[in-house]
Design a protein around this ligand. Sequence first.
Ligand SMILES: C[S@@+](CC[C@H](N)C(=O)[O-])C[C@H]1O[C@@H](n2cnc3c(N)ncnc32)[C@H](O)[C@@H]1O
Length: 207
Amino acid sequence: MKFYNERILPHLIDKVCSLGQVMKLRRQVVPQAQGIVLEIGMGSGINLALYNPAAVSLVYGLEPSAGMRRKAGKNLGQSPVPVEWLDLPGEQIPLADASVDTVLVTFTLCTIADSQAALAQMLRVLKPGGHLLFLEHGLSPEPSVSVWQHRITPGWKKIAGGCHLNRDIAQLITDAGFAIETIDNFYIPAAPRIAGHIYQGKAVKPT
Ligand SMILES: C[S@@+](CC[C@H](N)C(=O)[O-])C[C@H]1O[C@@H](n2cnc3c(N)ncnc32)[C@H](O)[C@@H]1O
């Protein structure tokens, strides 16, 4: 499983996460980042090209998987913004309290083992008034879809690097103490509904 997770999965994730419809959504979210940014689960660095270099001074790219960091080499080499790797999980963010302006999380809250602990860390390092930008997939409100999300998640997690299909992302963000300012929920048109129910938006750390 280690060989699969470190050598094969990074290529599969990179391919799926850079499909055209997903890139279209990323382009709506990533350019909103500003100042010092913490990207959680930076993966293969697909978002890097989409940061606005006039607005972003530094991106901390937190990514615990050596395989994903290796896969990010090309995107890192072409990044329009400076990047500093943090090779730790989101549950252990090694940054000072209230030290970043924006936290970006895309297709990662589904995967972090202790998502609530990681969100508490994101809240801690964000400056009051700073934003959490999110683009995630998760629990569908339709029982005919969610029943399958609950059934399939235990097996899916094993082949998809720990990804849960059935997390209520808005609830997780709210429970952590963020205030959601904007949120859109919809299905990615060509994706299977169990994996394609999107939560896209912006939450603030209350002042
Ligand atoms: C589906 S990939 C998404 C990668 C990237 N965010 C993107 O949008 O393309 C999920 C990422 O979460 C990372 N990850 C897994 N556990 C994590 C944790 N505890 N903290 C932070 N990232 C984690 C994985 O290594 C992987 O890079």
